[in-house]
Design a protein around this ligand. Structure first.
Ligand code: HPA
Length: 271
């Protein structure tokens, strides 16, 4: 796999002049951040050798390079979900590419359901830990020590110094930020009421279908990770109405101005 990733990276390096150290993975409905990127250089996923193929129609993924607040970044616009049928190595392939491209800090974002009753749709939460309920993870299988250790430590999956920075930016911009634990389910169905009761008991504050595999790989690769969740709905049984993807995307888009402000502010601090 190492050589495949190198091949992907060499292609990108030939095409793009930027050498960013910061990257952002964008969650559903949170794509507006891309509009903040100046002097863009775009690489479509489909042109990158060895990159997983996007199967969902109209979901063309791309890497968007450029600057925000004069800080060079690359945004992963479009992610691969486990529930789509990709294996865990495919889901996290872009993260390996980011590592060999020189990325040192990663901001992983998502849309999620709120379990903590103090949250509401539109709340933004700094993720301070995760619970992996996906039934597997991307590190299963043979390990290439060039990427990282066989048994990575997971004491601080989201770096405290990045959490503190995010909180400070939230204060400065007057954006209320929650903090808590993200539980990652496999999906694609929205959880049952009993499942939500169970993970509420486990200490989960939010629930979603992404982020955990990418976080695990970032930690193995030694990429400092920050996680930001956009609560688009309350989880099953907590909200009375049924879930719909349209509603998830709509709420994420309504939260977009706040979200984009926060992420841009954090990126400025990382420069
Ligand atoms: N559950 C899982 N994933 C989600 C949810 C949810 O309630 N909302 C947005 N993504």
């Amino acid at each position: 796999m190492y050589n495949k990733v190198l091949e992907s990276v060499n292609y990108i390096k030939r095409k793009v002049k930027y050498k960013p150290k910061v990257s952002v993975v964008l969650g559903s409905g949170l794509g507006d951040l891309v509009n903040q990127i100046e002097n863009q250089e775009i690489v479509e996923y489909e042109e990158i050798p060895n990159f997983p193929k996007v199967t969902v129609k109209g979901h063309s993924g791309k890497l968007v390079f450029g600057t925000i607040e004069d800080v060079e970044i690359v945004v992963l616009s479009g992610r691969f979900h486990f529930y789509e049928g990709y294996d865990m190595k495919q889901v996290t392939y872009p993260i390996y590419v980011m590592k060999l491209l020189g990325i040192e800090k990663m901001i992983i974002t998502n849309a999620c359901g709120g379990i903590n009753k103090n949250f509401k749709p539109g709340s933004l939460m700094i993720i301070d830990d995760f619970i992996n309920l996906m039934g597997t993870n991307p590190l299963v299988g043979t390990n290439d020590e060039r990427f990282g250790p066989r048994f990575p430590d997971m004491t601080e999956p989201y770096k405290l110094y990045l959490i503190e920075k995010a909180k400070q930016v939230g204060k400065d911009l007057n954006i209320k930020l929650e903090q808590g634990v993200y539980a990652g389910f496999q999906g694609p169905y929205y959880e049952t009421r009993a499942e939500i009761r169970m993970i509420a008991g486990f200490g989960a504050d939010t629930v979603g279908m992404s982020t955990v595999p990418e976080t695990i790989v970032c930690n193995q690769l030694g990429i400092d990770t920050l996680g930001i969740s956009c609560v688009t709905n309350m989880a099953t049984g907590i909200q009375e109405t049924k879930h719909s993807h349209d509603n998830v995307v709509k709420t994420a888009q309504e939260t977009s101005v706040k979200f984009v402000g926060l992420i841009s502010g954090i990126i400025a601090e990382l420069g």
